[in-house]
Write a protein that binds this ligand. Structure first.
Ligand SMILES: NC(=O)c1ccc[n+]([C@@H]2O[C@H](COP(=O)([O-])OP(=O)(O)OC[C@H]3O[C@@H](n4cnc5c(N)ncnc54)[C@H](OP(=O)(O)O)[C@@H]3O)[C@@H](O)[C@H]2O)c1
Length: 362
């Protein structure tokens, strides 16, 4: 793979939880170079080091970078070629549209554009072909590519290999979601210490709608449509990072348990793409009786750059027609910044951001 040069990129909302994970993942990225970090007036002028709150180390190259409040026009003038958005949902939409109109492609975590017809809602292992939806965007506009809600991001990786085998009627998912999913400052400590809160606003609806959008074909008349429901119940627990999901699938078909396990372990759809942040394999199947656990499995994924990108599955039980298992993924990495970085790598390789890096597989 020949790398031509690193694309100049901006991290929007760099002082927030997802923004800092972007900084961590992009500081030494071979294809993208973060040159502008934005925030609101609240953090403007401070360095990334001043506001850093992750337990992971701050990258040396960005520790002294100053936060700015650059507008889309100023980002254009600064020669920004790609924007990574960690802006709050509700505020992100208009800024992201303005950037796309100025010709700057956006890779976003916010929910504002997730259901737009011309915006791929993308998890590369699951629906890379949805990038074709970009052809429907208005002329002269750059791409907006979204990653899904952090719970749906892990769930669809676990479902993609087994949905064709099981042809589910319904997927029930009950979640145990980490505190960092609520960003900074997040959930007040007196609400969550010694507690579980069985409510996260709009989460159950997003998990259902977004998972189905990704698992369905981008083509309206698919020969094998996904004909299932997703039913979610979501709770916040006092865990720092890593969403645990208890999944029960009601299946129409009866494959054997070894076939189901092989579908997960053999799943490696990005094998030929050579993307730096792609975990290989994307699913780690555990056989211990007490895994996955947030504390032990949140950083699953190799090579090193893809830590936190793999989905861990365990406690698999198959009593037809019910398949039950637990699934864990890092909400801020696979479900957040890492997901967007992987989307940008795929888009670049597939030729959606100007000159592709190397040649995509045919
Ligand atoms: N946390 C997760 O696990 C997760 C997972 C998937 C998706 N998401 C989504 O990712 C986005 C970011 O989430 P987060 O958890 O990182 O939130 P957060 O910690 O609250 O961070 C928000 C960031 O946006 C900045 N900001 C707010 N308005 C801005 C504006 N008009 N222009 C520039 N910067 C602005 C804030 O700057 P100041 O520091 O100056 O206030 C801060 O840096 C949200 O849309 C969220 O839904 C989060």
């Amino acid at each position: 793979v020949s790398v031509v040069r690193r694309r100049r990129c901006a991290i929007l909302g760099a002082s927030g939880y997802i923004g800092q994970h972007f900084a961590r993942l992009l500081a030494e990225h071979p294809w993208f170079e973060p040159v502008v970090l934005t925030s609101t007036e609240r953090s403007k002028g401070r360095t990334l080091g001043d506001v850093w709150l992750l337990p992971e180390e701050i990258p040396d190259t960005l520790a002294r970078a100053r936060l700015t409040t650059a507008t889309p026009r100023e980002l254009r003038r600064a020669g920004i070629e790609v924007a990574f958005s960690a802006l709050p949902s509700g505020k992100a939409g208009t800024i992201e549209t303005a950037l796309a109109k100025k010709g700057i492609p956006v890779f976003s975590n916010a929910s504002d554009h997730r259901m737009d017809r011309d915006v791929p809602l993308l998890v590369p292992e699951v629906n890379a072909d949805h990038l074709d939806l970009l052809t429907a965007r208005p002329g002269g506009r750059a791409a907006i590519v979204n990653n899904p809600n952090c719970t749906a991001a892990g769930l669809v990786v676990g479902l993609a290999p087994i949905v064709p085998l099981l042809d589910p009627v319904r997927v029930y998912v009950a979640t145990y979601q980490a505190l960092s999913g609520a960003g900074v400052p997040g959930v007040p400590s007196l609400h969550i210490a010694d507690n579980v809160v069985p409510f996260i606003a709009d989460e159950e609806e997003k998990v259902a709608a977004e998972s189905l959008r990704m698992l369905r074909s981008a083509r309206p008349r698919d020969a094998r449509p996904v004909r299932m429901e997703v039913v979610a119940q979501c709770a916040r627990v006092a865990v720092r990072d890593g969403h645990l999901e208890a999944v029960t699938i009601e299946a129409r078909r009866r494959p054997s348990l070894p076939e189901i396990r092989a579908a997960w372990t053999g799943f490696d759809p990005l094998a030929l793409w050579d993307l730096p942040t792609a975990p290989r394999p994307p699913i780690e199947l555990r056989s211990e009786p007490d895994r996955p656990q947030p504390l032990r499995d949140r950083w699953a994924g190799s090579p090193r750059r893809a830590r936190g990108m793999a989905v861990t599955i365990g406690r698999v039980r198959w009593d037809p027609p019910l398949l039950r298992f637990f699934l864990l993924s890092h909400n801020a990495v696979r479900g957040g910044a890492g997901g967007s970085v992987l989307n940008a790598e795929l888009a670049l390789r597939a030729g959606w951001l100007g000159h592709p890096v190397g040649r995509p597989p045919s």
